[in-house]
Design a protein around this ligand. Structure first.
Ligand code: ADP
Length: 498
């Protein structure tokens, strides 16, 4: 079973196995690159901004709280000590004033309360207008109850209560009731500032997300535009318009590289297309000529020379020669298609190239004996290599045939087979017009045929060198051509010595 058939079978069995799932997969329409780019960019930008916003909010708030807590922890015990020591003489025993001064010096709220929540210092009447911040929301009784709970029998404690960090301590017992010190650092204002900042950050995020949507849409459009243009051009190209220019130079490096590659592919395909058309024209012509001859000479045998054995034999010989020509033409076409489809297997065996070359040259003795061709050869004996006998023979035959076809007026062909270390070289040189440098690369291509007309003693189809190339590449052999216009060409093959 051929590879193709195999592939098809795999495909169809895969279909059966995949069932509904593969059907769904098949039906899913590919998502547009524009949309993908836009969505990815937008989601990424939004996430980054939101992350930034949230981090900012929580970092600031916790930093502010930490600051308040550490202030209270550091200042609370100090204030407690100062209060227990009592006011300096300059205060004339004015505790209220002393407490207020301590509070403002340390930038905290300082209160001395009894167990029932009664404010002892600063005196309530002085206090009301002195610290408006505490008015309205400060419930002394609640504060004392919380402090007693937090102290839990201890002398002092630091805790968070109602937007403040508090240092609470039991500092004395007066008339049988305990007296408590309240040192509080409010973070109410800080919290308000942090909330305001968060609101602004969120607004900024929303604005940034909107902006990123717009920017990513523009970028996605800019990136996908050349692809869409190229798709349109590729469609024109697929419809057979070889004049399309994929452009792309005005865009990014990658797009421009893609455009260059597509332009190159276009040139190659249009060249191949042109050559294929030429080949069809050439091959049809080459097929037609022997067929016309065969028909003409067969008619002549029937109508004229049928009774004349001498003429009949001559005409029959021409028919046989022309049929041979047709056969070799058909063989060439088949060989090439086999080589290119990889069907023609290489059967490797040990080959005596020296003997093979002499045998191949023998096939050209007709040209030596009847057409005045000279073959100057220098062949080292017993040079062996591994390869496919028929194919290597064909490569040698094609190269020598070309030299005969294209050699100059002196009708001389030089053939060499020489040992060089662990390998040996076959070369065939002619004295013809040579090959122009710009044509050298093309001659190995399928369908290539030089524009110049040559007299062709050996039949040629324009496929000879591509057959040689196919054979030598499948053998992994090094080969090439050196040519000078006006002086001739030299084709060579290097064989590893076995
Ligand atoms: P063709 O049947 O036309 O010779 P080939 O594939 O053998 O086909 O050669 C391809 C082309 O390469 C030829 O048409 C010819 O232009 C060029 N070429 C091949 N061999 C020679 C040579 N020895 N000297 C000059 N040109 C050559």
């Amino acid at each position: 079973m051929s590879k193709k058939e195999n592939g098809q079978q795999n495909k169809s069995s895969g279909k059966r196995r995949g069932g509904a799932k593969s059907w769904l997969r098949k039906k899913r329409r590919p998502t547009s690159t524009f949309f993908l780019l836009w969505a990815c960019f937008s989601v990424l930008c939004s996430l980054l901004l939101l992350m930034f916003g949230f981090t900012q909010r929580f970092t600031i708030e916790s930093a502010l709280k930490d600051e308040a807590a550490s202030e209270v922890s550091a200042r609370g015990p100090r204030i407690e000590r100062q209060i227990l020591e009592g006011p300096p003489p300059t205060f004339n025993g004015n505790y209220s004033l002393y407490v207020r001064v301590l509070a403002s010096q340390n930038n905290v709220d300082v209160l001395i309360l009894d167990e029932s929540g009664k404010l002892l210092y600063p005196a309530q009447d002085e206090y009301g207008s002195a610290n408006p911040d505490l008015d309205g929301y400060f419930n002394f009784q609640d504060e004392v109850e919380r402090m007693i709970k937090e102290l839990g029998g201890e002398q002092s404690a630091v805790y968070e209560h109602k937007n403040s960090y508090v240092y609470g301590a039991k500092i004395a017992v007066e008339n049988g009731t305990p007296v408590y010190l309240y040192v509080g650092q409010s973070f109410r204002l800080m919290k308000a500032a942090s909330t305001a900042m968060t609101t602004r950050t969120i607004l900024l995020c929303i604005f940034s997300v909107a902006l990123s949507f717009a920017v990513t849409s523009a970028i996605a459009a800019w990136l996908t535009r050349p692809l869409m243009e190229m798709t349109k051009k590729a469609n024109r190209f697929a419809a057979g318009d070889f004049s399309v220019d994929f452009g792309g130079e005005d865009y990014s490096l990658e797009v421009s590289n893609l455009a260059t590659t597509l332009n190159y592919a276009r040139d190659e395909i249009s060249k191949a297309d042109r050559m294929q058309k030429e080949l069809i024209a050439n091959v049809s012509h080459d097929f037609k000529t022997p067929l016309t001859m065969i028909k003409a000479y067969a008619s002549m045998i029937v109508e004229i020379s049928g009774h004349n054995p001498e003429k009949r034999e001559k005409h029959a010989k021409i028919i046989i020669d022309e049929a041979d020509r047709l056969t070799s033409l058909v063989n060439d076409v088949l060989d090439l298609s086999k080589l290119q489809s990889g069907i023609g297997e290489i059967k490797s065996e040990k080959l005596n190239i020296s003997a093979m070359l002499s045998e191949v040259m023998g096939r050209f003795s007709y040209y030596k004996d009847t057409k005045g061709y000279k073959f100057v050869s220098q062949i080292d004996d017993e040079l062996y290599t591994m390869g496919d006998k028929t194919k290597i023979e064909q490569a040698l035959y094609n190269l020598i045939g070309n030299a005969v076809n294209y050699t100059g007026e002196d009708k001389t062909v030089y053939i060499r087979l020489q040992l060089d270390g662990t390998r040996f070289c076959f070369s065939v040189r002619d004295t013809g017009k040579g090959i122009k440098p710009e044509e050298i690369k093309g001659i190995w291509e399928r369908y290539y045929r030089s524009s110049e007309a040559h007299k062709r003693p050996v039949q040629g189809t324009g496929l000879g060198l591509s057959i040689v190339k196919g054979i030598l590449e499948r053998h992994g052999l090094e080969y090439g051509v050196e040519s000078k216009v006006g002086e001739g060409s030299l084709f060579y093959i290097w064989f590893p010595l076995v």
